[in-house]
Design a protein around this ligand. Structure first.
Ligand code: TPP
Ligand code: DXP
Ligand code: MG
Length: 636
């Protein structure tokens, strides 16, 4: 590599515009090395970013960002983009408290015109920008970069379907086809794209240049018609996109700067209709440990650059995800009607284990949560026991389907909601904050929250026995607390909580894994001479009315604690007490829940501290409610 690193001179994309192709190639090499080094100290998403290094350099070279709009789908591949857009000095704060987000974020930079993290939103957002430019008479280009995996979501088609009649040539969609999602891609679109790519060598610049001619203003077109040959393959391929009114260009080698730059320039010259440029890349490109890894190092812990060895934290308790996967296998061995559905997250949900055991009974529907839910509803309607495993945050994508296709029809779909509560480094976009409210509001829904891994096993058993209505159980990202899990957990009595510790003055009513902190809070209160009962609600719906009314009746103070936003469990308890006339001046109540803000990334414990949901906060809330002096300074 030449002496003077170009990356030291390139602070923002404008600094790349005077570079020639060899220099752009050098810059790409430097950006790739910087990305690998940065992620080795921060952890995060690696494979996707490595796959778009050349594309990122070429896009910022060809388009005048930030005036031209560049929107990354999901945004997990945006680290090279951040390095090139004035954030190289902070790239080693990625996903750290107070540091750079692991995804694109409007508040972080003018080069991030639209935030991401949930997949398949980029074309809709880009179309919005394009339509706005049309309205304002501005001619800047708008570019959306979307991966092949993210093209499996309905939202991408909704936008493609709408594009041709919503804007003229402002919109360009770069389809980043690396033939990977987190796992290998699934579905017809993936097969279609593979066919496009397999149709011979990638198109190159020499032939494409002439084909643009027919899209040039008329005076130039005749000159172009003299050209001996239009690049038929460059134009005719991509029928699917052409039918949607797009001009299809590709497939193009996304690592070949010699062709990528001129092709992007030519595609940018097409202004009479939206353009899709089908770029073929390799996820994990340029880093051997990523290239050889099955998941192309989609997400990594901190690692040693030379060996690729990750410093993964070791715990003697299994993760909740592992417990879910293992328990479901046990149940499926005994019940052939059990089938499992994931929306492109087999390893994240633990269903990869289930899929190995029962390949015919595990469905990966791609990034398609809406479809996953209604597909599960169809399975349930025809007598199967579908377990739909979708992260709490991603289930938001399929909520109307939960209401309309599952709950109203009282279909016994089982929802395994992993990543419930705060998730840490992925920050606000991935927090499972809202499912208690949005699932608990549905008539007939049985909604459970595991306090530990043994509870999770029992809730899986409980859910599988519920055949007359939908049920859901939530559990957090990360490891359990190390309690023993029975070989075959007994199902719970629906709507029944449990008293874990008897006391007299304060009742702490916990839902989910805040139980451990609630018990520590009771100890802290005891040290201050205050006796506390600790109860595990287990069910957010139906509530254990008898237990809750008794707690209210027999204690001076009632504290509810949940790993969810306001309008969830605490609200349900308050509504119950109000309806039963159990709210009176004697009873002092505090509902502890996630704060009414979107919390940025940090370590989960620190985030729960910020949220006021650790033991010291629970104890302080009780003392403050009781009017005890110095309530705030409780050391738990
Ligand atoms: C709605 C939604 N569902 C699931 C995910 C989890 N997820 C993040 S990246 C990814 C795979 C994306 O594949 P692709 O678009 O091909 O990008 P690549 O990683 O291959 O660059 C998935 C499933 C998500 N971010 N959003
Ligand atoms: C980018 C994305 O959405 C996924 O990769 C997500 O970050 C996975 O989250 P977990 O690491 O909790 O499985
Ligand atoms: Mg992909």
């Amino acid at each position: 590599m030449p002496d003077t690193p170009l990356l030291d001179m390139v602070k923002v994309p404008a600094d790349t515009r005077g570079l020639d192709i060899p220099q752009l190639k050098q810059l790409a090499d430097e950006v790739r090395a910087e990305t690998i080094d940065a992620v080795s100290v921060t952890g995060g998403h690696l494979g996707a970013g490595l796959g778009v290094v050349e594309l990122t350099v070429a896009l910022h070279h060809v388009f005048e960002t930030p005036k031209d709009i560049l929107i990354w789908d999901v945004g997990h591949q945006c680290y090279p983009h951040k390095i090139l857009t004035g954030r190289r000095d902070r790239i080693r704060t990625l996903r750290q408290p107070g540091g750079l987000s692991g995804f694109t974020k409007r508040s972080e930079s003018e080069y991030d015109p639209f935030g991401a993290a949930h997949a398949s939103t980029s074309i809709s957002a880009a179309l919005g920008f394009a339509a706005a430019r049309d309205q304002k008479g501005e001619s800047n280009r708008v570019v959306a970069v979307i991966g092949d995996g993210s093209m499996s979501a309905g939202m991408a088609y909704e936008a493609m379907n709408n594009a041709a009649e919503t804007t003229n040539g402002q919109l360009m969609v770069i389809l980043n086809d690396n033939d990977m999602s987190i796992a290998p891609p699934v579905g017809g679109m993936s097969a279609y794209l593979a066919k496009q790519v397999s149709g011979g060598a990638y198109r190159n610049f020499r032939r494409f240049g002439k084909s643009v001619a027919e899209h040039l203003p008329r005076p130039f077109r005749n000159a172009a018609r003299k050209a001996e040959e239009y690049a038929r393959g460059m134009i005719v391929g991509g029928t699917f996109f052409e039918e949607l009114g797009f001009y299809y260009v590709g497939p193009v080698d996304g690592h070949d700067m010699d062709n990528l730059v001129p092709i992007l320039k030519n595609a940018a010259a097409i202004t009479d209709r939206p353009v899709v440029v089908h770029v073929v890349t390799q996820k994990g490109k340029g880093y051997a440990p990523a290239e050889s890894s099955a998941d192309k190092l989609h997400a990594v812990a901190k690692f040693d650059v030379v060996s690729g060895k990750q410093n993964k934290s070791v715990s003697n308790a299994p993760s909740y995800t592992k417990v879910f996967g293992t328990e479901l296998i046990k149940r499926a061995e005994r019940d052939p009607s059990i089938v499992a559905i994931t929306a492109a997250m087999p390893s994240g949900t633990g269903l990869d284990l289930f899929g190995q055991a029962f390949p015919e009974r595990m469905y990966d529907v791609g990034i398609a949560e809406q479809h996953a839910v209604t597909f599960a509803a169809g399975l349930a309607a025809d007598g199967m026991k579908p377990v739909c495993a979708i992260y709490s945050t991603f289930l938001q994508r399929g909520y109307d389907q939960v209401v309309h296709d599952v709950a109203i029809q009282k279909l016994p779909v089982r929802f395994a909601m992993d990543r419930a509560g705060l998730v840490g480094a992925d920050g606000a976009t991935h927090a499972g904050s809202f499912d208690i409210g949005y699932m608990g509001a549905l008539p007939g829904m049985v909604l459970m929250a595991a306090a530990d891994e043994a509870d999770l096993a029992a809730m899986i058993a409980t859910s599988l026995e519920i055949d007359d209505r939908p049920s859901a159980f939530r559990y957090p990202r990360g490891d359990g607390v190390g309690v023993e899990i029975p070989e075959l957990a007994a199902p719970l009595e629906i709507g029944k909580g449990r008293i874990v510790r008897e006391g007299t003055t304060v009742a702490i009513l916990s839902l989910g894994t805040r139980l451990q902190e609630s018990l520590k809070a009771a100890d802290a209160l005891a040290a201050r001479g205050v006796s506390a009962t600790v109860a595990d609600a287990r069910f957010a719906k139906p509530l254990d009315e008898a237990m809750i009314l008794r707690l209210a009746r027999e204690h001076e103070c009632l504290i509810t604690v949940e790993e969810g936003a306001m309008g969830g469990f605490g609200a349900f308890v308050l509504q119950l007490l109000a309806e039963k006339g159990a709210l009176d001046a004697r009873l002092k109540i505090r509902t502890l829940h996630l704060p009414d803000i979107f919390q940025d990334q940090a370590d989960p414990v620190a985030m729960y501290d910020q949220a006021g949901l650790n033991a010291s906060h629970i104890a302080a809330a009780a003392l403050q409610a009781l009017g005890v002096e110095g309530a705030r300074a409780v050391r738990a």
